[in-house]
Ligand binder design. Structure first.
Ligand SMILES: NCc1[nH]cc(CCC(=O)O)c1CC(=O)O
Length: 308
């Protein structure tokens, strides 16, 4: 039985992008420091989502594209762990590949990045952003500006920005900070201005159900686990999360969880924000309750909300 074998080699599966590798290295370094007896390696692989760069992901199949190859490596025993940005994970994960731990959350906010050497927004060029979630909320902050989709990993997007194609980019603070590019951040958007994506800033460590992972015990961040679980339950209830513009952000305050959600109504493109508070131990239920309440309130109310 695999379970009883002494497991002293840990192979971590990772996407190839610099951010993905860096994030896997953070988990590797944690394990190495806490468990010097373990031999930890990273195995990188290209995912379908990294190969398709000419279409927006919403059109080619959503988040699952970034995890299929990593899941396969886990199932075939080529790796023992996968490290993901939680926000890129599908809301449904296979029962045999459970999420084992969430990291402490890095800054969850979205930020504005301007081209190198530029200090003001050039209103004649579009803002670059890659999700409907950001586009919707940006339209309220910058009603006069065109928003244009941008794909590719962080380095690619920054290169396109510096080449002068865009007036600015909207990115997650977390990725920039991890890459040491915090100095490129020109403006932070509060969580109320741009509600973050479910899981933004949290790393998810995924493994096999039939292996033991005692060495991850100290890695688990309880606050991130409650917040991330509530956010994902909210998104899952509303649409399964595949290519969704739904946003959710939870904060643990003592024994309570404060959860904000964005509900997007596909029929007319309007969106609504609301929040809920309750015991953190019922994180998933809070996520579902907020989603249900918003759906009941807004599904058929044709008056309110904000539109694109
Ligand atoms: N979709 C890409 C992606 N996935 C995770 C991050 C940033 C790191 C994080 O949210 O943990 C990013 C970059 C971005 O949205 O700017």
């Amino acid at each position: 039985m695999v379970k009883t074998e002494v497991q002293n080699k840990v192979i971590i599966g990772s996407r190839e992008s610099r951010l993905a590798v860096l994030q896997s290295e953070m988990v590797r370094d944690y394990i190495k420091t806490q468990h010097p007896e373990l031999d930890v390696e990273i195995l990188t692989m290209k995912t379908t989502g990294d190969k398709i760069l000419d279409r927006t992901l919403d059109k080619v199949g959503g988040k699952g594209l970034f995890v299929k190859e990593l899941d396969k490596a886990l199932l075939e025993g080529r790796t023992m762990l996968s490290v993901h940005s939680l926000k890129d994970m599908p809301m449904e994960v296979p029962g045999e590949l459970p999420l084992l731990a969430f990291s402490k959350r890095e800054d969850p906010r979205d930020v504005l990045v301007l081209p190198e050497g530029v200090s003001e927004l050039d209103l004649t060029k579009p803002l670059g952003c890659s999700s409907l979630r950001r586009t919707l909320q940006l339209k309220e902050l910058y009603p006069e500006m065109e928003v244009k989709s941008i794909r590719g990993n962080l380095q690619t997007r920054l290169r396109k920005l510096d080449n002068g194609e865009y007036s600015g980019l909207i990115l997650a603070a977390a990725g920039l900070k991890r890459l040491g590019l915090e100095n490129r951040i020109c403006r932070y958007f509060s969580e109320d201005e741009i509600l973050p994506a479910a899981g933004q800033g949290i790393l998810a460590v995924q493994g096999r159900q039939d292996l033991t992972y005692d060495y991850l015990e100290g890695y688990r961040d309880e606050k991130a686990w409650f917040a991330g679980s509530a956010e994902r339950a909210f998104v899952k209830y509303l649409n399964g999360g595949c290519s969704s513009p739904v946003a959710a952000y939870g904060v643990v305050e003592g024994d309570e969880l404060f959860l904000r959600g964005l509900y997007y109504r596909e029929c007319d493109g309007r969106y609504f924000k609301d929040s809920i508070r309750g015991p953190k131990s019922e994180a998933e239920k809070l996520g579902r309750d907020l989603a249900k309440r918003m759906q009941d309130m807004y599904e058929n109310d044709k008056t309110g909300g904000t539109s694109l």
